[in-house]
Design a binder for this molecule. Structure first.
Ligand SMILES: Cc1cc2nc3c(=O)[nH]c(=O)nc-3n(C[C@H](O)[C@H](O)[C@H](O)COP(=O)(O)OP(=O)(O)OC[C@H]3O[C@@H](n4cnc5c(N)ncnc54)[C@H](O)[C@@H]3O)c2cc1C
Length: 217
């Protein structure tokens, strides 16, 4: 969630993607896929001390490990086990490409780079206030991006488009997202359709065998 405020580099110390095309929750799945495609599927996010201008930035760091920290870019690269020549060159080029302007951590601020590829579209500020900090990042699977098809009653739909009698599904087991994830909606859809599925599953009117007389003993 913080990488838009720094730069992402691969094992060679090279940037490989626009870290900040817009709000992070709109873009993080594309960027995670880009990380997965780098050597060994790993990248490092590099910050300088200006990261502290971002309110509560540490709250969205999902690791119990401390960051890698160092007084120079070269020693940071060495501590990360990545090319220090590559990282130094990348940071110099990136810093020179920052155009300046008013930083606003809370919305896309249009602070972009000029003249480097890939561009960084927002929150681009020079990395020059040591000590420098890095975290390794790998992609993780947060969502199924597919699954069982359901309708508004949370009934499972068969290959012919008909509800399967008595079968309900909700949450990650159901398909909704294909390629693009809409931020923070998984738990919400799980709660909404979980409630609907539970109510319908408990309602005898929806039971496929409801018209068969129940034999009470
Ligand atoms: C790292 C990460 C970050 C996420 N961030 C967000 C976020 O910020 N906002 C958001 O909305 N969503 C987020 N999600 C997605 C969200 O957590 C899931 O969509 C949601 O938890 C799915 O709930 P669920 O009940 O459908 O499935 P699950 O929570 O996976 O529950 C399924 C349960 O079934 C159990 N189970 C499996 N097989 C069996 C079996 N054979 N018998 C009995 N039990 C079984 C499992 O043990 C599990 O407890 C994130 C997911 C991950 C992994």
């Amino acid at each position: 969630m913080n990488f838009p405020y720094g730069i992402l580099v691969n094992r060679k110390g090279h940037r490989f993607t626009d870290e900040a095309p817009g709000p992070v929750d709109v873009n993080y799945d594309h960027i995670s896929r880009a990380i997965k495609d780098e050597p060994d599927g790993i990248a490092w996010v590099v910050f300088d001390q200006s990261i502290h201008d971002v309110p509560n930035w540490k709250k969205s760091i999902r690791t119990d490990q401390p960051p890698i920290q160092s007084g120079s870019i070269a020693s940071l690269a060495a501590a990360c086990g990545i090319s220090f020549e590559g990282l130094e060159k990348t940071v110099l080029a990136y810093n020179a490409a920052c155009t300046g302007g008013k930083f606003n951590a809370l919305r896309p601020d249009g602070l972009s780079t000029r003249g480097i590829d890939p561009v960084k579209s927002n929150w681009a500020r020079p990395i020059d206030r040591g000590p420098y900090v890095a975290y390794p990042i790998m992609a993780g699977i947060c969502f199924t991006y597919g699954g069982i098809k359901t309708n508004r009653n949370a009934e499972v739909i068969d290959a012919d488009g008909r509800p399967v009698p008595g079968l309900y599904a909700a949450g990650e087991a159901t398909g909704l997202y294909y390629q693009v994830y809409t931020g923070a909606t998984s738990v919400l859809r799980g709660a909404v359709f979980g409630k609907i599925a539970g109510e319908n599953a408990a309602d005898v009117r929806f039971w496929p065998l409801a018209d068969i007389p129940i034999c009470r003993i």
